[in-house]
Every structure is written in structure tokens, then in C-alpha cells.
Write a protein of this length. Structure first.
Length: 296
């Protein structure tokens, strides 16, 4: 299937990043955010990111001008009707995603591919709300979308081969490398990434080592591009907590039980880079590790 028109549902960090990349990659792109106040800030946020990238020499002015023409901020989900491919990027709530897909099922054309950016929820369960569940697929991007090279393509129980192939080709067209995985709890990336992140958090709780030293252990000792605690801050500690809670319910053994430290940080609003503090204190791209050993 040829994809020319993309529609992104959700205007948060991931939705903005996906819409931005699609427009820059030549797709006619619509993006919808249910919150009217946040919707008004979508275009300025996306174009601001483009301008910052241009200032660093990462984007040419002519590429930005062309992308502006391709990008449209939609007033409602009804504007998804002409999309060839939809990417849902709303918060990690199964009930919310089911409601979104139920509406997309009635508003989109019968051949449109319906993708979810979920990092842990069942694609097969989401697809139950769709008249043709074979067209539902996981298209899991990573934050920051512009920089991270991986896209996880998740095949639900009824997802067709053609839809999986279309989703993988779409990822390649965005300059990403797709991997194909089955619809299992946490898929491949979240299951492995969260397991490592949660253990690193428990080590902080137990005073085994400081935040920065734990991250350096994995970066220098195992060649990881970024340590598990800084990665968690970038993903969002609230997102990590939601995934851990889902995996804890669905997988035996208690190994995904969220550490008390993670739950406390999220309750305090310290969700990582987007809030300015998590396991690090953030000033733009600059991060300084929090010393939890100094806490009373």
C-alpha cells in the first residue's frame, strides 16, 4: 500500500515528534490534539523545534518551508478520513486508546492502516474496537523521535502481512530502522528497557551507587549509548511507571513491580526531562545527576 497522507492523534511529546518527522519526510501530515488549549500550541512548538534544528545546522530553511506547507493542525478526528496511515500517540491508557480506535474505525477509510505508538499495551486488545482488526498494527517510536533510529513494528493476532510490511516501509521512509515483534507484554524494547531501568532504580534506592555512576557503568562497561536512568528521564518517569504497572500485572514473578522511588518521584511531579527533574536535573539538554544519598 502506498502511503501519502499521514494523520497523528495526540499532540504530546511523541505526537509532535512523529508529526514533525512525517512532514519533513514529505508526507501530507495532519495532527490532532483533543485539548483545545494544547492544540493551539502545536504548530508553534513544532516549528520552534525546526528553527532550533536549523540554527544547529541540522535542517535547511527550504526543508522547513516545505514541511510547513505539508503540516496541518486538525480541529477534529473527522479530518483523518483521507489518511492512508494513522499513528495514535495518546497517553498509555488502554481504555483511552480503545475509544480513539473505535472512533477512527468509523471515520477513516476501510483500507487505512491504523497504527498505535503504544510502548506496552496489547495491539490485539486495541484492535477489538476496529471493524477490520487486520489493519491495526503497533508503530512504536522512541523519544526523541527525530534522533532515535529504531521503530518497533508490533503484529497483533489479526494484523495482516501487508499491513506489517506497509508499517515497516513507512518507518524506513522516515529514515528509521524497523524491527518486527509479536504482540507480547512490553513487546521487545519496553520489556528489556524497563527491566534494566527498574533494576537501576532499585540500586539507587539501596545505595549501591550514585545515579551517574550507574549510568556510566552501562555506557562504558557495556557500550550503551545512554545509561538506564538518563534514558528513563528522557522517556518520562510517568511513562516508565505506567509500563511497569502494566507488565507487573501481566507477567509473573514480581520482577516489574515499580520501585518505591519511581512511584514517589512521579507523585511529586518529577517525571524527568519534561518536568525539569527526575533522576537528573535538566536545563535544556544539560543534565546533572540528583544525589539521592543526600536525602534525609
Amino acid at each position: 500500500m502506498k502511503v501519502e497522507r499521514v494523520f497523528v492523534v495526540g499532540g504530546g511529546t511523541m505526537g509532535r515528534g512523529i508529526a514533525s518527522l512525517c512532514a519533513l519526510s514529505g508526507y501530507t501530515t495532519g495532527v490532532y490534539e483533543a485539548d483545545a488549549g494544547a492544540r493551539g500550541g502545536l504548530r508553534p512548538a513544532i516549528e520552534g523545534a525546526w528553527e532550533r534544528a536549523a540554527g544547529k545546522g541540522r535542517l535547511r530553511p527550504e526543508a522547513i518551508a516545505a514541511a510547513r506547507e505539508r503540516l496541518d493542525v486538525a480541529a477534529g478526528l473527522g479530518e483523518a478520513k483521507d489518511a492512508d496511515l494513522v499513528v495514535e500517540a495518546v497517553p498509555e491508557s488502554l481504555d483511552l486508546k480503545k475509544r480513539v480506535f473505535a472512533e477512527l474505525s468509523t471515520r477513516c477509510g476501510p483500507t487505512a492502516v491504523l497504527g498505535s505508538n503504544t510502548s506496552s499495551l496489547s495491539i490485539s486488545e486495541i484492535a477489538r474496537e476496529v471493524e477490520k482488526p487486520e489493519r491495526v498494527v503497533g508503530i512504536h517510536f522512541f523519544n526523541p523521535v527525530a534522533a532515535m533510529p529504531l521503530v518497533e513494528i508490533v503484529r497483533g493476532k489479526e494484523t495482516s502481512n501487508a499491513v506489517v510490511d506497509t508499517a515497516a516501509a513507512f518507518a524506513v521512509s522516515l529514515g528509521k530502522t524497523p524491527i518486527r515483534v509479536a504482540d507480547a507484554p512490553g513487546f521487545a524494547t519496553s520489556r528489556l528497557g524497563v527491566a534494566l531501568g527498574l533494576e537501576a532504580m532499585r540500586m539507587v534506592e539501596e545505595g549501591v551507587a550514585g545515579v551517574e555512576d550507574i549510568d556510566r557503568a552501562m555506557e562504558l562497561g557495556y557500550g550503551h549509548r545512554m545509561g538506564p536512568l538518563k534514558t528513563s528521564d528522557l522517556v518520562g518517569l510517568d511513562v516508565r511507571l505506567a509500563i511497569a504497572e502494566t507488565l507487573s500485572r501481566e507477567l509473573p514473578g514480581g520482577r516489574f513491580q515499580p520501585p518505591a522511588l519511581l512511584s514517589r518521584l512521579v507523585a511529586e511531579g518529577k517525571t524527568g526531562r519534561k518536568s525539569g527533574e527526575g533522576f537528573y536535573r535538566w536545563d535544556g539538554d544539560t543534565a546533572s545527576a540528583v544525589d539521592f544519598r543526600e536525602e534525609p
